[in-house]
Design a protein around this ligand. Structure first.
Ligand code: B1M
Length: 210
């Protein structure tokens, strides 16, 4: 997948789509193709941090990821991620308040749906109060919160604290996802689990509803 990663890092949009189609037609696992996109995003993020890439590159990489997802999606049924139409649980998903990153979240929504969850995606920059209100209305089993900024950690903690204050903490499993998370942050937030990868998130949620 290195060619795909390099093409994306170098912002070669047409080549990225061409290689994606080629890999999928050749029978490569679509989840692995997604992971190649993610590796490229990591490198783009590093260049941004290092001051050689700027916001336009971040935006462009987001666009490439979105077009790539459209190509990959039809291939996901039956891949490593599994498939199925029977609904096994209700999953509410949102990017937390203050954070507008949604590429990873959208992948999670798509894969949870393909894995049999009924998904309610509230979008980005969603306040804790809205998440709680919608979780009640929807009858969620699991509240999934995405956040890529370190600034997202406190609002995530705020959500869990509000659940506790409302006496609702035990009604929902809470999973937080995003590349910056680790066990220490998860403990700080008070979530039941953290993941840095969509497939790990799906496996965790499936275990909870099994
Ligand atoms: Co932003 N950004 N960004 N950005 N951006 C990061 C996150 C950053 C790490 C880049 C860097 O500096 N290295 C950095 C955060 C640093 C930090 O907080 N420690 C950063 C910054 C600083 C910013 C701004 C502040 C920049 C600025 O304005 N000065 C700004 C913030 C805006 C805001 O949110 N308020 C900003 C803006 C943007 C764009 C809008 C330009 C764009 C986002 C476009 C969009 O989402 N529609 C963007 C992008 C593209 C990135 C990077 C390059 C790529 C993110 C991405 O989409 N990755 C990113 C660098 C990086 O991540 N390495 C960066 C691909 C995606 C598939 O992976 O999102 O990790 P990811 O999702 C994975 C897993 O994390 C997991 O599954 C997904 C698939 O496997 N997962 C879950 C995620 N959520 C989950 C939920 C789950 C389960 C799994 O269940 C609930």
């Amino acid at each position: 997948m290195q060619e795909l990663i390099d093409a994306m890092v170098e912002m070669m949009e047409d080549k990225v789509l061409e290689l994606t189609k080629q890999y999928l037609e050749d029978g490569k696992d679509p989840v692995e193709v997604f992971r190649a996109y993610q590796s490229a995003m990591e490198e783009i993020g590093k260049r941004f941090e290092g001051g050689t890439y700027f916001i336009p590159e971040l935006i462009m990489s987001g666009e490439m990821m979105k077009s790539g997802s459209e190509v990959i999606k039809p291939y996901l049924n039956g891949s490593e991620s599994g498939a199925g139409t029977e609904k096994i649980g209700k999953f509410l998903l949102a990017t937390i308040e203050g954070d507008i990153h949604d590429i990873g979240k959208n992948i999670v929504a798509m894969m949870m749906d393909l894995n049999g969850f009924e998904v309610l995606d509230l979008g980005v920059d969603v306040p804790a109060d809205t998440i709680i209100e919608k979780a009640k209305e929807f009858g969620a089993d699991i509240i999934g919160v995405s956040g890529l900024l370190t600034l997202a950690f406190d609002p995530m903690k705020g959500l869990v604290d509000k659940l506790k204050d409302a006496g609702l903490r035990d009604q929902y499993k809470v999973i937080v996802g995003g590349a910056q998370l680790d066990q220490q942050v998860c403990d700080y937030i008070g979530a039941d689990a953290f993941v840095t990868d969509a497939v790990a998130g799906i496996n965790q949620c499936k275990q909870w509803v099994a």
